[in-house]
Write a protein that binds this ligand. Sequence first.
Ligand code: IMP
Ligand code: MG
Length: 175
Amino acid sequence: MKDKLRVLISEEEVSRRIREMAGQISRDYEGKELRIVCVLKGGVFFMCELAKHITVPVTFDFMAVSSYGNGHESSGALQIVKDLDESVEGKDILVVEDIVDSGNTLSRLLTLLKERNPKSLRLCTLLDKPERRETEVPVDYTGFLVPNLFVVGYGMDDAQYYRNLPYIAVVEQEE
Ligand code: IMP
Ligand code: MG
C-alpha cells in the first residue's frame, strides 16, 4: 500500500501566513523579550520559520509531551517526555505548536506551564481543527483553520513520516 499526498496548503501559502503571524507577534511584544517554548517534534518546522521573521529579542526552549502514541487519537494522560531546560518564571512565554486537535494535550500543557508562574503565557499554532475540540484551549495566534482531516507536513507526521514536507497535505491511501 502506497500513500498518495493531496496538497491542502501550498508552500507559498504557508510561508506567507507565517510571515504575517511573525509580524503580528513582533508588534504585540514590542519592547518585550520573548521566550518561545516549542512543542517537539511537530512544532519545530513552524517555530524555525516563525522565529526567522520575529523582530523582538527571542530565546528558545523545547518540550516533548505525548498523549498520542503512534495512533491518530489522544490517549488521555499527558506524559512529559522532555521537560524545559530553563525556568519560565517571570518570562513572556509563547508556546508554539503544530496543530490543536482535541485540545487535550495543549490544555494540560498550558495548565502545567501556568503553575510555573510565567509573566505571560500565550499559544501560537500553525493549524487548528476546531471541529475536533474536546477541551477548550485559548489559542492566541492561529495560522489556518482546517477541516477534520488527518494532515501531514510542516512538522506534522503520520507514524513519524512526512514531517519534512514543505507544504501541508492530506494522506490518501491507495489500494
Ligand atoms: P490534541 O491533544 O488532540 O489537540 O493533539 C495534539 C497533537 O496531536 C498535535 O500537537 C499533533 O502533534 C497531533 N495531531 C493532531 N492532529 C493531527 C493531524 O492531523 N496530523 C498530525 N498530527 C496531529
Ligand atoms: Mg504537536
